[in-house]
Design a protein around this ligand. Structure first.
Ligand code: C2E
Ligand code: MG
Ligand code: MG
Length: 764
């Protein structure tokens, strides 16, 4: 058989193969005629051997090349990965790394080889402190077959720190290899972490923001509500979740608003505005609400976000400010500004409807005394009580306002002069009822001026001025009165200013004079004393009443010098009477509260007495009741000093102030002077009779002398005498007179019994 063709073919085939190796001699040998060399059997054996060798060599070469190809392929694949991949030995020596890892390692330490050094010592791990040890431990664990996960910070090849999530895991030993390797796979999670951080932040903001946030799905089902939303609205989160957003609508006090919101959301995608609502837990809520409806990429309605900003306290503060501008903080009544506004409106209405409009101007008479003697807390309490009583006594349509200090005004729409007078009487009656404030009982009097629009004035300010003038006149006429305005009163304010200025010069110009009113003992009919009463004769204005100018002197501070003049004059007059053998017994001098509290008073009294060389017992100081009532300890200390000088002390106008019996008991006083307002109506008013009786009895119990003031009739005198009042003073016996006229009067009536009065034996 000719085997050459197939052999040649095989040789050709093998030559065309991958390599020649052992085949080369066979091939070379094949160029000769092998049969001739080996014979048939040898030829086949050689052929088989040669072919086997060639095949084995080629297979090995193929295998090797295939291994090399796979390794390169794998490397290429690994290099494609953006992850950091490094294969190390358990001792940490780097075996292989992908391109990312190689770059980062190289960038972290450009000059070092690191092949022989443990990988955890590489500067790459120095991006943050303390990273090497955890890595070393993780590698040790991987060497023991366990997988570890680590979060480390590495610097990338640009030097930027990256948050990396590392997996350190064992790689099984390859056949023929003595040990396995460790794979460090590090994934850059910087972006993920940043997103997570942002989400955390957003969640914290959602949870912690003070604004309420609610998110509902496109169907209006509530998905989320933050704690602030629950706190603002009073809902529990569980009450809201899964519910329809319509749940909130009934809480809004405007029924139209939810519809408007829906409309705006549908058409504009957002709505914002102020919402007034009830909190679920009670109380009112005012919030600035922003609603927005998101849209998805196709423009379909998406989630609805509701943001509530609680502005309740802001609105309340605004309301308070607004109130403060228009209302009096103490009494909560409208102030002057609001009153003037209302007056303007009421005036135009009354003009249009031809109806009268009345304005009352009301003044609390003794408020200054209350403040001086009981403190401002008591004064404030009285003002509040007055405000309440006024409100209770008037109609809804009437306006009660506090103008400031102790002044109030009452606006009475549709009320004529007669009607206003009736209201004024009613108010005086109601206000005169005793009230208890700050633990003290007060019984105050008021003066009211009455004006009517359009008769008296046609502008608010002018009407107020007229009412003020009328009130002042009412005051002059006595406490607890009302007076209607008349045009001739208008010069009052100007007069007040004029008087204040003129009073400064009155003393040096000799315009002041003392009159004296005798005090008569009802048992003997003799005069036992005189009261010094000041008079001011102005060259143009004529005689000015002390009731008019003493309050001016008190408010301007001139009372101290006027008071000193009164005392000096009265004491020297008394001295003259004594020297003339016509002593009335005592001379009483009125002291106002400012004089009483003046620390120089005892010294003044002593000096005046010693200058005139008058026995102190000849001088009586009349104190108003109120100075004794407040800070009784202080009052007592002053009284003690005066008492120590030997002068007598009396309480004037008793019954109109606020003295308590316990105070009186402790004060070194000699006399109580019953106020003439009680004496005036003794004949007609059983209450006044009872009061006078009680005062006399009380004075007796305290061993005090009683002097009744303002006695004008026999009837009054008889009543007083029958109830044990010892001394009287009044026009029934003698008006206040200048010293020379008093001397004449004394000469005429220097008899044991008063000629015009016979004391009665029986009580009336
Ligand atoms: P007062 O101390 O209570 O004086 C009694 C007042 O009653 C006096 O008024 C007197 O004229 C008046 N009067 C006396 N008898 C009668 C009567 O029968 N009927 C009526 N209706 N009135 C009578 P006057 O002199 O106008 O003094 C008024 C007030 O002015 C005094 O009240 C006193 O509080 C004060 N006052 C007078 N002079 C002085 C003074 O020198 N210093 C001080 N601080 N106040 C004075
Ligand atoms: Mg007096
Ligand atoms: Mg008096």
């Amino acid at each position: 058989m000719n085997i050459l063709p197939p052999l040649r073919m095989l040789c050709r085939h093998l030559r065309a193969g991958a390599g020649w190796g052992l085949l080369l001699p066979a091939a070379g040998w094949a160029q000769t005629d092998p049969v001739s060399v080996l014979g048939d059997g040898g030829l086949w054996a050689g052929l088989a051997l040669g072919s086997g060798t060639v095949l084995a060599a080629n297979a090995w070469r193929w295998w090797r090349r295939r291994g090399e190809d796979t390794s390169a392929l794998l490397q290429a694949m690994l290099d494609q990965s953006p992850q950091f991949l490094a294969l190390i030995t358990p001792a940490g020596r780097l075996v292989r790394s992908n391109r990312t890892a190689a770059r980062w390692l190289q960038a972290a330490s450009p000059k070092r080889g690191h092949r022989d050094e443990a990988l955890w010592h590489h500067p790459l791990w120095g991006a943050a402190q303390g990273q090497q040890e955890p890595l070393r431990l993780a590698v040790a664990q991987a060497a023991g077959g366990r997988v570890s996960r680590l979060d480390l910070l590495l610097k990338d090849d640009g030097g930027t720190p990256r948050a990396m999530e590392l997996t350190v895991c064992p790689v099984a030993a390859l056949p023929g290899q003595p040990q396995g390797h460790i794979l460090i796979e590090a994934q850059d999670v910087t972006a993920r972490r940043q997103t997570e951080d942002k989400l955390k932040l957003a969640s914290a903001v959602f949870d912690q923001t003070r604004d309420g946030v609610l998110i509902a799905d496109p169907r209006g089902i509530i998905l989320l509500a933050n704690p602030a939303f629950c706190q603002i609205t009073g809902f529990e989160a569980t009450d809201l979740q899964g519910q329809s957003i319509q749940l909130l609508s009934p809480l809004i006090d405007d029924t139209e608003l939810p519809r408007q919101m829906r409309h705006a959301l549908t058409h504009c995608g957002h709505w914002q505005g102020e919402v007034h609502s009830l909190r679920r837990t009670g109380g009112f809520l005012t919030a600035w609400a922003s609603l927005s409806a998101r849209r998805d990429t196709q423009g379909r309605p998406g989630h609805v976000v509701v943001i509530l900003h609680d502005i309740t306290s802001v609105r309340q503060a605004e309301q308070k400010l607004l109130r403060r501008d228009h209302f009096d903080g103490l009494t909560d009544l409208p102030n002057r500004q609001l009153l003037v506004d209302r007056m303007s409106q009421a005036m135009s209405l009354s003009k249009r409807h031809h109806q009268p409009l009345a304005l009352l101007f009301l003044d609390v008479n003794q408020l200054r005394h209350v403040n001086d003697n009981f403190g401002h807390t008591a004064g404030d309490g009285i003002l509040r009580e007055v405000a309440q009583r006024l409100r209770q006594s008037l109609r809804e349509v009437d306006t009660v306002a506090r103008l400031g200090g102790d002044e109030f005004a009452v606006l009475l729409p549709g009320t004529s002069t007669e009607g206003a007078g009736q209201v004024a009487s009613k108010l005086l009656e109601r206000l005169a009822e005793p009230c208890q404030v700050d633990g003290h009982d007060f019984s105050l009097t008021f003066s009211i001026g009455v004006t009517v629009c359009p008769d008296d004035a046609d502008s608010p300010e002018a009407l107020l001025r007229c009412a003020d003038t009328a009130m002042y006149r009412a005051k002059l006429e006595g406490r607890g009165r009302w007076c209607t305005y008349s045009a001739d009163m208008s010069h009052r304010s100007a007069r007040q200013l004029q008087l204040e200025a003129a009073l400064r010069l009155a003393e040096e110009r000799g315009e002041l004079q003392l009159y004296y009113q005798p005090q008569i003992c009802l048992h003997t009919g003799r005069w036992v004393g005189v009261e010094a009463l000041i008079r001011w004769f102005h060259p143009e204005l004529g005689l000015i009443s002390p009731a008019e100018f003493i309050p001016l002197a008190e408010s301007s501070g001139q009372i101290l010098s006027i008071g000193a003049w009164v005392m000096r004059t009265a004491v020297s007059q008394m001295k003259q009477w004594i020297e003339a053998g016509q002593s009335p017994g005592t001379v009483a001098v009125n002291l106002s509260a400012a004089q009483f509290r003046d620390p120089g008073l005892p010294e003044l009294v002593q000096r005046v007495l010693s200058e005139a060389n008058l026995p102190p017992a000849c001088l009586e100081l009349e104190l108003t009741e109120s100075v004794a009532a407040h800070t009784p300890e202080e009052a007592r200390a002053i009284m003690d000093r005066l008492h120590a000088l030997g002068v007598r002390l009396s309480i004037d106008d008793f019954g109109t102030g606020f003295s308590s019996l316990s105070h009186l008991k402790r004060f070194p006083i000699h006399t109580l002077k019953i106020d003439q307002s009680f004496v005036r109506d003794i004949g007609t008013d059983p209450d006044d009779r009872a009061i006078v009786q009680a005062i006399i009895q009380m004075a007796r119990a305290l061993r005090l002398t009683t002097i009744a003031e303002g006695v004008e009739t026999d009837e009054q005198a008889a009543f007083l005498q029958s109830h044990g009042c010892e001394v009287v003073q009044g026009y029934r016996f003698c008006k206040p007179l200048p010293p020379d006229e008093l001397q004449t009067w004394a000469q005429q009536h220097a008899r044991p019994e008063h000629p015009n009065f016979t004391p009665v034996a029986q009580p009336v």
